[in-house]
Design a protein around this ligand. Structure first.
Ligand SMILES: [Zn+2]
Length: 396
């Protein structure tokens, strides 16, 4: 069923970027929901409208803020106008943005969002939660996506739904990665397929439960809590596993990529499965694992991802290693040096350290980005994460 979601925003000439703001009468955490960072994804906008419009300041401790992402693209019902607003949050982009006299399209949107974030961070020393609401082009179970920091893992496991970590290794400049480098809890929530009405319902459930877990609701209505937990439990088919991304198919600029019909996200596939065609050549799965976010729209360069579940033992082990800051030991290995210790960035010389597999670094919380032919930079979210800010939160 096709539903038209965009009417209310297209009918407003210049909508305020902050379209919901509830300031509770008692102090507390701030939670920010971004909706429509991709302009063809309206579930978040609709879900925020329905959940937040019935809340009042007497029921709230702290602040709840709903923010439009890409306003121009939302009006046009397109993923983006000139460039993807969720791929421009690198330090280089932000530096370039400072020198833009007359930014247009996504650069203008980004400048406004940057100002909003900057202003917010300066205005409070209470815990801040950033939640980015999305939908996908393929059918999918609802899921959370996070950068792999312990504060994100802990908060996201409150929901009892699938959590996918490590996507930051495959994407440049998503908004969440930027917020993570600042040290805040930041979660992405993908609520379902773009036009599926269930994506709105799932998103409503997630928003309401997030308010509860982050302590924004003084007395959460227990009937509603149960109801929404059940919505997500049914929608996720009771899967609450933690997965990690192990592969992305990257579409080249002039490549004619076409996913074969009928694949869904989280579908189990066998190695060798014919998944897509590239310039009429077949693309086969290189893993027996789960397919993740196969691309069924024309825009975007991520063809599909492959994920696999992380055994509990490894989740526990990595938590332990991070708690004791065992990554200090990595620098005793040949070819591994600190690139920036305060920011938790290691540099690996691949000609020396090629015996080390990615998964070892993942255990310690490092995700890599290729620096040049022979060097990798490894980023750790733990050293920058503001653990003390969250230490009194009930989920911590
Ligand atoms: Zn999106």
């Amino acid at each position: 069923m096709q539903v038209h979601l965009s009417h209310h925003i297209t009918s407003i000439d210049r909508p305020n970027r902050v379209f919901h703001h509830i300031r509770g009468k008692t102090p507390g955490a701030t939670i920010v929901f971004f909706a429509g960072i991709h302009g063809n994804e309206f579930a978040g906008v609709n879900a925020l409208n329905s959940v937040l419009s019935v809340l009042n300041e007497d029921e709230v401790s702290g602040e709840i803020i709903g923010v439009y992402g890409n306003i121009k693209a939302l009006k046009a019902n397109k993923r983006f106008i000139a460039q993807d607003l969720n791929r421009v949050w690198t330090s280089k982009h932000l530096e370039d943005l400072k020198h833009q006299e007359n930014p247009k399209n996504e650069l203008l949107e980004q400048r406004d969002l940057f100002k909003f974030i900057d202003g917010l961070l300066a205005s409070t020393d209470q815990p801040i939660y950033f939640i980015d609401l999305h939908t996908t082009s393929s059918k999918t179970l609802p899921f959370i996506t996070i950068n792999d920091a312990m504060i994100n893992r802990k908060f996201s496991t409150c929901f009892g739904i699938p959590v996918v970590l490590g996507i930051e290794e495959y994407l440049d400049g998503p908004l969440l990665s930027y917020l993570n480098t600042l040290g805040y809890v930041s979660l992405g929530f993908e609520s379902g397929q773009h036009e599926d009405p269930a994506a709105i319902k799932n998103c409503e459930a997630f928003i309401f439960l997030a308010l509860g877990h982050a302590g924004l609701l003084k007395q959460p209505d227990q009937k509603k809590v149960k109801w929404y937990q059940n919505v997500l439990k049914l929608a996720t088919k009771d899967i609450s596993t933690t997965f990690e991304v192990i592969y992305k198919y990257d579409i080249k600029p002039n490549e004619d990529f076409k996913m074969l019909n009928g694949f869904v996200s989280f579908q189990y596939i066998k190695k060798g499965t014919h998944l897509a065609n590239s310039d009429d050549q077949p693309i086969h799965a290189q893993y027996t694992a789960k397919l993740f976010m196969p691309l069924y729209q024309k825009t975007g360069s991520d063809g599909f991802f492959i994920i696999r579940h992380i055994p509990r033992f490894f989740l526990k082990l990595s938590e332990f290693l991070r708690n004791i800051k065992a990554d200090e030991l990595l620098t005793f290995l040949p070819g591994i040096t600190w690139y920036n210790k305060a920011e938790g960035i290691l540099k690996a010389n691949l000609t020396v350290a090629r015996f080390l597999t990615k998964s070892i670094f993942h255990l310690f919380g490092y995700r890599n980005k290729q620096l040049d032919q022979t060097h990798l930079l490894l980023y750790n979210r733990e050293r920058v994460s503001r653990k003390t800010m969250y230490k009194n939160e009930k989920w911590y």
